[in-house]
Write a protein that binds this ligand. Sequence first.
Ligand code: ZN
Length: 478
Amino acid sequence: MSWETVVGLEVHCQLGTRTKLFCPCSTASFGKPANVNICPVCTGQPGVLPVLNRAAVELAFQAGLAFRCRIEPRSVFARKNYFYPDLPKGYQISQYELPFAQGGTLAIAGKEVRLHRIHMEEDAGKLLHAIGSEELPYSLVDFNRAGVPLIEIVSEADMRSPEEAFDYLTNLKAVLQYAGISRCDMEKGELRCDANVSVRRPGEPFGTKVEVKNLNSFRAVRDAIAYEVVRQSRAREAGEAIRQETRQWDAAAERTEPMRSKEEAHDYRYFPEPDLVPLVAEEAWVARLKAALPELPAARRARFVAELGLSDYDSGVVTAERALADYFEEALAAAAPEAGAKQVANWVQSDFLARVKAEKTSPDRAPVRPAMLGEIAKLVASGSISGKAGKDVFAACWETGKKPSDIVAELGLAQVSDEAAVAAWVDEAVKENPQAAADFRGGKPAAAGSLVGAVMRRSRGKANPALVNKLIKEKLAS
Ligand SMILES: [Zn+2]
């Protein structure tokens, strides 16, 4: 009997506000010098009081609504006490017993993963280790991140494989980005994930879980879970008990290592934050936030299928990221009515995404803007340029940022669709290839191929192939 994987995920997500959760300091800490965005509040000076950021609360509640959580009419901030040099107050303001959102779901391939809760909290600062000399090593602390607003999204232990965890994170990020709650840039620490992993015999109660930290990418989450499942099931096979502990993923060594034994909630001596009143969510306000939620990934995917006639697969690819779905819709608007949704989706999925991936950029930063891609699709669909020329124009657009029509003119790629000009080439081709013409008239349609080839050579590849085919058939039928 094999071991079953059981995974629950805890995701910290930075809310996309300009300022911190309890003070007016900027949240733009990435790439900034240390300790430039700090004030007496977020550095925990005596006598200061926190003032709750309304924009942060609105984004947090919209996350709760996007995941169909139960929104609590009353939630309470609490102090989570622990001593660490990156925590200037000696406690973190978080929500504990009464979070603002409970329950909720997120669909992944083939199942719905239940959410346990979502709560708001402030981020801690950042320690910079390994500074100083060998004789006098020391660490520095940067409080730019201290007080940055976060939500923690806690799932139930509903995932049963590393791949399901990967799917969950992919879809979670898509919802957060679509709803404008967070940019979710993992490199900037805007999305962080801890995984709770255990194994059991199917049907048995949950085994002891191990928390894995230091997961810097979705791939790291998947690999760390896969590693833990092997480690834990081997230990269980050998009759060893699993220790409840926190481990960290070492991506280079591709293994988890013990970090510390897991804290219990009572270690934090939680108590209600005396400097903040309970957060009361009025129904009308929650309804307004819900009405203001933009279209979410599942709805957009369904709309592209129902209204634009895309296949499920194509729709899934172009809606995977909000920036890509926006790009696709803008390109389609520029390409219509000559090019349809399917054609534009093909351009987005082939040339565009290949280049975006190869250059490690993103749809909103690509030098070929949506209107440009739409124009290329339009030029090809209308027969102004060939499909092959379209690919060349795309590549030149990417390199130069010039307009597709300018590139077509510069490179002399315009297709000749003028009937008189193409008819003249057809006449010459038929005259020079009497055998092919006779074969075609004698009932061999394949013989037209060599005539088409002759026309394309004469036109140096610029004759519109559809027109060439049409004119050859007309000429030989007469
Ligand atoms: Zn501050």
